[in-house]
Every structure is written in structure tokens, then in C-alpha cells.
Design a protein around this ligand. Structure first.
Ligand code: NDP
Length: 324
């Protein structure tokens, strides 16, 4: 029996329930994909909690890998049996099956397994646009990334190293700091017991950094601004600690004519061509061995509640996946 996670109200992880679910036949231009592995991402918790409103009832999840089961009318570049993955929705990946527009799907290289693909699509695309498009780093740059032992974080550590960039990461435990260092972070700051701004200033000889990539949000917003050099950029791209609200723009001038952007992956891979270019670069980085995909939590589809509790409870490192 095929299954899916459904929410009929927003709230705590327990609003997610597993139901019997028969995916409809693929519409024109769509693929019906039978999932072998499903990616868990922080954004899934925002859809579930109501921070990012979705029409109810709703599925959860934007990322999965598996096999094409059927193709809709007009699809001629995929066939049943093809190994594929997607990382930009549509919502409803926490399920045995999902229908996805063919243009939003990547064909998997033989060398990339389903588990790996489900762990790297969304996180890899995010690291790629942050490092190469939001603030295109140059070899020799030093950047700050918060929660460097997390899912996107461990990809950022490795990709920054590959690009010749020094990454100063933060994490809440010594174990997380050690993990991020082993994956390519140049310096790690234990945010539970060290002053992040002082340490960043010390590491950079007082200069600060040209860019801070901040997926933590509310609790790190002011810290991030204080880590920047004049005319530096804060890319605040997530809300793990809550959303940033009520910003006084005067702060930006006081702290050095700073820039702030609030980017979202969807806008960077809005066209099928941009999506294809991004995923090709991610798979190239994996094939070259520049990025080693780290899956540190595996759950059954029926354990989605536990997966969200662990992610929001700061108990995870690297990527989490669900196996349907
Ligand atoms: P992570 O694996 O990084 O998990 C979040 C981490 O944030 C935790 O492990 C924890 O690390 C840290 N954290 C700090 N404060 C809190 C808090 N109060 N509650 C929970 N966690 C906290 O998640 P992902 O890699 O999936 O995502 C990272 C961020 O990137 C998220 O905010 C996500 O929404 C965002 N994102 C944004 C995208 C975009 O395009 N805008 C795309 C993809 C992700 P520690 O304990 O070490 O502090």
C-alpha cells in the first residue's frame, strides 16, 4: 500500500500523520516517481508549523529520489525505469509516490545512489547558489556560515574548501565543531561558550568578513551584522531560530553601509535551465570527490515526526532522509 504524510492543521511535529495514498496518474508534462529515499529539510518544518503557509490539507517535503513509474503526455526525455531525483518540489515528497514536472527533475548519474541524491539535491543546490550567485566567492576569501555541522552546513564546508575559501563556522557543541572541521571548515566557533563576533574579529585580524551566510535567523542576525567588514553582505536565508523581523535599516549604515539579502532557492532555480545548471554543478562536485554526502540520520516514512523533532531539537548533523 502506498503511503503519504498529510497535515490537516499546522503545529507541532505530531500534526503529521501517515495515510494510505494513491498518487494520481501523471498529468501532461509530469513524471510519476516511486520514491526510494526522501530528503528532510528545515523548510519542511516551516510548512508544517505554519511559518510558511501552505493550503491545507497538504503533503510535506520537497525532495526525493527514485524511479520513474509512468510518464505523462508530452514527456519524451524520460521513460519508466529511469533513475531520477528532484529538490525543488512540488510539496508532497514525504510519500511513496509524487508527480513532478519533468523539467524539475534531474537524471541521476550512475555513481549517485538514491539515498545520496535525496540528501544532496536541495542542500547542494542551496550551497551552490549561496557560494556562486548570492555572493560569488573568490579563492582566498574568508566567509562565515552559521550551523556549519548541519545539512547545508557540511556541504558548504566542503564546497568552500574546494573553491579555495576559508570558512569560519559556528556550531553549538564541540562534537559538531570537530565534525565541521573534518569536512573542510577552516575555523569553528562553539557558539554555546564563545563570543562569535570576538572570535571572527580575532581570526580576521580585526577586518571582519565580506559575507555571512546565516540560516539561523533571529538569534544570529545582529551577530552576523557585527561580523561583516564595511560594505559586506549578510545573506540571511533561513529561520532555524525564528524569523528576522522589524529591522531598523539605520543599523546597516551605522555598521558600515552593509547589504542584506533574504534569498530563496526557488528564485535562483526558477527556470528549468537554471535548475539543470545548478544540479549539474552539484553532481560534478560530487563526482570529483569535492563533496562527500553525509547522511547521519535515517528514518522510516512513518517516523517523520521523530525526524522533525530531532532537526528542530538541534540533535542532527549533516543530512536526514526518510525511507518509504
Ligand atoms: P540544519 O541541519 O542546519 O539544522 C538547523 C541548525 O540550526 C541546527 O542543527 C542548529 O545547529 C542551528 N540552530 C541554531 N539555533 C537553533 C534553534 N533555536 N533551533 C533549531 N536549530 C537551531 O538545517 P538545514 O541544513 O536543513 O537548513 C539550514 C537553514 O537553511 C535553515 O534555516 C533552512 O530553512 C535554510 N535553508 C534556506 C534555503 C533558502 O534557499 N533560503 C534553502 C535551504 C535551507 P547548532 O546546534 O550547531 O547551532
Amino acid at each position: 500500500m502506498s503511503k503519504a504524510i498529510r497535515i490537516t492543521e499546522v503545529g507541532a511535529p505530531t500534526v503529521m500523520t501517515l495515510i494510505d495514498h494513491h498518487a494520481p496518474s501523471p498529468g501532461p508534462g509530469q513524471l510519476l516517481i516511486r520514491h526510494a529515499a526522501i530528503g528532510v529539510n528545515y523548510i519542511d518544518t516551516y510548512h508544517r508549523s505554519g511559518l510558511y503557509p501552505v493550503p491545507l490539507p497538504s503533503g510535506i517535503g520537497l525532495e526525493a529520489a527514485g524511479t520513474v513509474e509512468a510518464v505523462g503526455a508530452g514527456v519524451d526525455d524520460f521513460a519508466p525505469g529511469d533513475r531520477v531525483a528532484y529538490g525543488s518540489g512540488p510539496i508532497g515528497a514525504y510519500a511513496t509516490y509524487n508527480n513532478v514536472a519533468a523539467g524539475r527533475v534531474a537524471r541521476l548519474p550512475d555513481t549517485v545512489g538514491f539515498d545520496q541524491a535525496a540528501a544532496i539535491m536541495l542542500k547542494g543546490m542551496t550551497a551552490r547558489y549561496l557560494l556562486k550567485e548570492t555572493f560569488p566567492v573568490q579563492p582566498g576569501d574568508t566567509v562565515v556560515y552559521h550551523a556549519a555541522a548541519g545539512g547545508v552546513g557540511l556541504v558548504m564546508c566542503q564546497w568552500a574548501r574546494d573553491l579555495g575559501v576559508s570558512l569560519i563556522g559556528t556550531a553549538s557543541t564541540d562534537e559538531k565543531c570537530d565534525l565541521a572541521l573534518s569536512m573542510g571548515a577552516t575555523h569553528m566557533i562553539n557558539s554555546s561558550r564563545e563570543n562569535v563576533v570576538d572570535r571572527v574579529r580575532e581570526i580576521t585580524g580585526g577586518a571582519g568578513v565580506p559575507v555571512v551566510y546565516d540560516g539561523v535567523g533571529k538569534s544570529t542576525f545582529h551577530i552576523s551584522l557585527d561580523c561583516l567588514q564595511p560594505r559586506g553582505l549578510l545573506a540571511t536565508f533561513g529561520n532555524a531560530s525564528g524569523p528576522v523581523t522589524g529591522v531598523d535599516l539605520g543599523l546597516l549604515t551605522q555598521k558600515g553601509s552593509l547589504y542584506v539579502t533574504r534569498p530563496s532557492l526557488g528564485h535562483y532555480v526558477a527556470s528549468d535551465a537554471a535548475l539543470a545548471a545548478n544540479t549539474a554543478d552539484v553532481f560534478d562536485a560530487v563526482a570529483r570527490g569535492a563533496i562527500n554526502i553525509t547522511i547521519n540520520q535515517r528514518y522510516g516514512l512513518d517516523e517523520a515526526v521523530r525526524a522533525h523533532e530531532a532537526l528542530e531539537g538541534r540533535q542532527t548533523t549533516g543530512a536526514s532522509i526518510l525511507i518509504p
